[in-house]
Design a protein around this ligand. Structure first.
Ligand SMILES: *Cc1c(COP(=O)(O)O)cnc(C)c1O
Length: 369
């Protein structure tokens, strides 16, 4: 089977609907009232997904997701603050790197790539170091697909009077997070993941008091979320050139999100994608890296076949020729590859993808099936 446009089974950029792509077929003026309304409507809808309208501001920011993470840390952590970074994969390591580059004091706690950070760990770490002001956590660590226990960790952080910064980039919109129950100073998401928009903007849900107190913290002009928000609140416009087409596409993607049934429906479809993927791959003898209990229905890491004929690049090219784009593994110790469950895809696409994988491996004389 050969499709003209390949299906992206990657966790952003991902497969978007034709309707979302068509929404980019129009040029918007950044001063135009209609465009400002689009941005305002977007922020309102996004805040509603986390029940954050009373407690948080939605601050959109141009750039990829990492720009928003860097902006959140640079804006919300005061220069004399200290961040405890919880790590079990590449995105957690990136958080620590951001603190280092920004010159914020930080310490790290790292568990194995198949071991979630526990609330008990955080309890112990906060007791041991009272100088920590902020805790930074990856909700779903996309480098493996592991899910960290956000609600339990947030409870411990709040009980110690510390601030929580959550990188929920690959989970926001699919896994429930309720700002009325889970206290956080910042939750970071992006246009091109579970919301099924196109990449190009990040989103920071910042607690109102924390953002108000953050004036002057940022070393960067462009990445200052306090300024970004203040300007938008005053004028209704983006501070610098907005990613107009990305905003329009995300607005259209959100209409479809609501039509589909909002978060429960999106989670249901991704969970079904994930289950079908795991079952069909298991039938080929391909094992997932994580146990089911800590596997988020966002992306699945598979052990590469133990066969001298297997080589990721050749495998990737063969699967791509059959219409599906896979993702390389991101583990240093074991040879793996990843398959995303998110995007405008359903169970029949997942089945077709596994069929393409089986065929590719057969062609490479890797699988005896
Ligand atoms: C995608 C993602 C990011 C942002 O990555 P970019 O390449 O900058 O968009 C950050 N954290 C997590 C957990 C992600 O999945």
């Amino acid at each position: 089977m050969r499709t003209a446009a390949p299906v992206l089974l990657t966790p952003g950029p991902l497969t978007t609907s034709a309707r979302t792509r068509q929404a980019m077929n129009l040029d918007w003026g950044s001063w135009d009232e209609a465009f400002n309304q689009l941005t305002a409507s977007l922020c309102e809808q996004l805040l509603a997904i986390v029940n954050g309208a009373d407690s948080h501001h939605c601050v959109p920011l141009q750039g990829s997701g990492t720009f928003a993470v860097e902006a959140a840390i640079g804006t919300l952590v005061p220069r004399n603050g200290k961040v405890l970074v919880l790590i079990n994969g590449a995105y957690g390591k990136r958080l620590a790197k951001i603190c280092e580059v920004l010159g914020r004091s930080f310490s790290t706690f790292e568990t194995a790539e198949d071991e979630p950070t526990s609330a008990a760990d955080v309890e112990r770490l906060l007791r041991a170091d009272p100088t920590v002001s902020h805790v930074a956590l990856i909700h779903c660590e996309t480098s493996t697909g592991i899910l960290n226990p956000l609600a339990e960790i947030a409870e411990v952080v709040a009980r110690h009077g510390k601030r929580l910064i959550i990188d929920a980039m690959s989970s926001f919109g699919a896994l429930p997070i309720d700002a009325r129950q889970v206290p956080f100073d910042a939750l970071i998401a992006a246009s091109g993941k579970c919301l099924e928009g196109v990449p190009g903007m990040g989103l920071v849900f910042a607690r109102k008091e924390a953002l108000a107190a953050a004036a002057g913290n940022s070393h960067s002009l462009a990445m200052d979320l306090h300024d970004q928000h203040a300007y938008m609140a005053k004028t209704g416009q983006w501070r610098f050139t907005p990613p107009t087409h990305v905003v329009a596409a995300l607005h259209e993607a959100l209409l479809q999100y609501h039509e589909e049934g909002g978060l429960p429906a999106r989670l249901g479809r991704y969970a079904d994608n994930c289950q079908v993927l795991l079952e069909e791959m298991a039938r080929l003898g391909l094992r997932s890296f994580l146990p089911a209990a800590i596997q988020a229905p966002i992306i699945v890491t598979f052990h590469a076949p133990q066969d001298p004929h297997y080589q990721f690049k050749a495998f990737y090219e063969r699967v791509k020729a059959k219409g599906f784009i896979l993702y390389p593994g991101k583990l240093t110790r074991v040879e793996t590859f990843r398959v995303g469950c998110i995007g405008q895809v359903g169970r029949s696409t997942m089945q077709a993808a596994v069929a393409a994988i089986a065929e590719a491996l057969r062609e490479m004389e890797v699988l005896d099936i």
